[in-house]
Design a protein around this ligand. Structure first.
Ligand code: SF4
Length: 444
C-alpha cells in the first residue's frame, strides 16, 4: 500500500549521524579518477591520517563552511539515499536534504529561493532537478561521471531508432512511460507521446493512468519495475513483451521480429539494475524461515517481489522499517549503502535490519550488500572541491547540469543541446514530469 509519507516532496530527515572513531566508509578513489580541478582536494583527503570524523569533518568544514557563508540561504545540498561514503550523513550534517529520486526532482521548483543546488547522486537525478528548475537556479553535480547503469541501457541514441519503428507502426496509439532513471531526452519522448514519467513510488499510479488512455504502453528502461507494476495492477503478465537490451543485443533489430508485440498491452524495455537483480527467492525464504520480514525494492525480479513480505521505493523501505515496533526484524533487498544506514538507524528504535543477500550458506549466498558503485563516485573530496570551487567562481562547467546534457560515464565527454533544442526538450520533458506530479498528487 502506498502511504502519503512514501511519496512525500518533503523527505523526513534520516536522523543518521556520524559516530566518532567510526571511519567514514568508502574506499578512496584513485587520484586519476578526479577531474584536474578536484585533484588538490583529493590529494589532501588521501593525506589525512585516517577517515574518522575527527579528521574528516574539520577538513570538510574548512571548505564547506566558507561556501555556506558565501552563498547563505541560496545554497541547497542534496543527496540520494544510496550514496555511499557517508555522504548522506555529511550532507544532512551541513543542512542538506537526503531523498529518493521523486522528491529530489522537485527540490529546485519547490524551493525557488535556492539558487545554487549541489547534488551528490547520479547524473539523471541532477538533470531532472535542472529540468524543473527556474532560470535563475543553477544545478551542479559533484561528479559528472556518476551515472546509473540502468540509464546507460536506454541512452537516447539507443531508444531513438526503436522509437521511430514503434511510432511508424503504432503512431498516436503509442504512449511512453519513462522511469525517473532515464535522461531528460527520454523523458521528453514520454512527453511527446502523451506519456508520463514515473518513479518506483508512483509507477502503479502512472501505469494505471496510462492504461486508461487505451494505448500501447512502452515502459522504459526497467523491465522488472514494469513487470512488477503490471502484476500489482492485476495485468496479464503473459501478455507483456520484453524488448531486447541494446547493451547486449544492439539496436539493429526490427520490431516485426519480436513475438507478441501487437497483442501486448505493455512493452518493457530490456534494462535492469545490477544492484537489484542479485536477489533470489531462495534468499527471501531463508530469512522468512527465521521469522524475519523481507522487504525489497521493485527493481528486483518478479519472483523476488512476489516472495517478499513487502516491496516499494526507498522511502517506503525506510518508513516501513522506522515505523515498526521494537523487536521487529527485517531483511531488506536494495542498495547496500542504504541498508547499512538503515540498519544503523533502526538499531536506535530496537529494530534489527540485515541485507537480504547477507547470507553465509552454500548455494544461497551472493556477493552480499552490493552498493551503487557509480553513485558513490561522489565522495567527500568531490563535495569539498565542488563547494570551494563554486565559492571561488572557478567551478568547472562540466559539473554544471543543464537539461538535455548527456555525459559519458567513462570519458566524461559531454554532449550539450543548443539553447533552442533544450527549450523544446524541457517543454516535452516537463509535460511528462508534470503529468506524473499531477497523477501522484491527485492520488495522495
Ligand atoms: S542502484 Fe541501480 S538503478 Fe539505482 S542509481 Fe544505482 S545503478 Fe541506477
Amino acid at each position: 500500500m502506498t502511504r502519503a509519507q512514501d511519496i512525500s516532496l518533503n523527505p523526513r530527515p534520516t536522523g543518521i549521524t556520524l559516530q566518532s572513531e567510526i571511519p567514514i566508509c568508502q574506499g578512496d578513489l584513485p587520484l586519476d579518477w578526479y577531474q584536474d580541478e578536484f585533484k588538490p582536494y583529493a590529494e589532501e583527503y588521501i593525506a589525512l591520517p585516517d577517515r574518522t570524523p575527527e579528521n574528516v569533518i574539520p577538513w570538510l568544514d574548512s571548505y564547506i563552511k566558507p561556501a555556506q557563508e558565501h552563498f547563505g540561504d541560496s545554497l541547497l545540498l542534496l543527496a540520494h539515499y544510496y550514496m555511499g561514503g557517508e555522504i548522506v550523513k555529511l550532507v544532512e550534517r551541513y543542512g542538506g536534504k537526503v531523498a529518493d529520486s521523486y522528491a529530489l526532482a522537485l527540490q529546485a521548483s519547490k524551493n525557488p529561493e535556492k539558487k545554487v543546488i549541489v547534488e551528490s547522486a547520479v547524473h539523471f537525478m541532477a538533470e531532472a532537478i535542472a529540468t524543473l528548475a527556474n532560470d535563475d537556479q543553477q544545478v551542479w553535480i559533484t561528479n559528472p561521471k556518476a551515472g546509473c547503469t540502468m540509464e546507460m541501457m536506454a541512452k537516447d541514441w539507443m531508444v531513438r531508432p526503436i522509437e521511430e519503428q514503434l511510432i511508424s507502426k503504432y503512431g498516436d496509439d503509442l504512449l511512453v512511460v519513462a522511469y525517473m532513471n532515464t535522461s531528460g531526452r527520454i523523458k521528453a519522448l514520454a512527453g511527446r507521446t502523451g506519456g508520463a514519467v514515473c518513479t518506483s513510488s508512483n509507477a502503479h499510479l502512472v501505469v494505471e493512468w496510462a492504461r486508461k488512455q487505451q494505448k500501447k504502453i512502452v515502459f522504459i528502461p526497467d523491465e522488472h519495475l514494469g513487470r512488477n507494476t503490471a502484476a500489482k495492477l492485476g495485468m496479464d503478465i503473459s501478455k507483456l513483451v520484453t524488448l531486447p537490451n541494446p547493451l547486449y543485443d544492439g539496436i539493429d533489430w526490427k520490431i516485426e521480429d519480436i513475438d507478441g508485440i501487437d497483442a501486448a498491452e505493455m512493452l518493457l524495455w530490456g534494462g535492469y539494475c545490477g544492484v537489484h537483480t542479485i536477489f533470489t527467492p531462495e534468499q527471501v525464504v531463508w530469512w522468512q524461515r527465521k521469522n524475519w520480514r523481507v522487504l525489497v525494492h521493485p527493481e528486483s525480479t518478479l519472483e523476488v517481489v512476489q516472495a517478499a513480505d513487502g516491496s516499494g521505493s526507498t522511502a517506503y523501505l525506510w518508513n516501513e522499517v522506522m515505523d515498526s515496533p521494537a523487536g521487529t526484524k527485517f531483511a531488506v533487498g536494495t542498495e547496500g549503502h542504504f541498508v547499512r544506514n538503515l540498519k544503523e538507524q533502526a538499531k536506535t528504535i530496537g529494530v534489527e535490519v540485515m541485507h537480504l543477500a547477507d547470507i553465509e550458506e552454500d548455494g544461497i549466498s551472493t556477493i552480499g550488500g552490493c552498493g551503487c558503485a557509480t553513485m558513490s563516485r561522489n565522495d567527500p573530496p568531490h563535495l569539498a572541491g565542488m563547494l570551494d570551487l563554486l565559492r571561488k567562481g572557478e567551478a568547472p562547467d562540466l559539473n554544471r547540469v543543464l537539461a538535455g546534457d548527456t555525459v559519458d560515464e567513462t570519458t566524461a565527454k559531454r554532449e550539450r543541446l543548443t539553447g533552442e533544442e533544450r527549450t523544446v526538450m524541457i517543454s516535452d520533458a516537463k509535460l511528462a514530469l508534470e503529468r506524473m506530479i499531477e497523477i501522484t498528487e491527485a492520488a495522495s
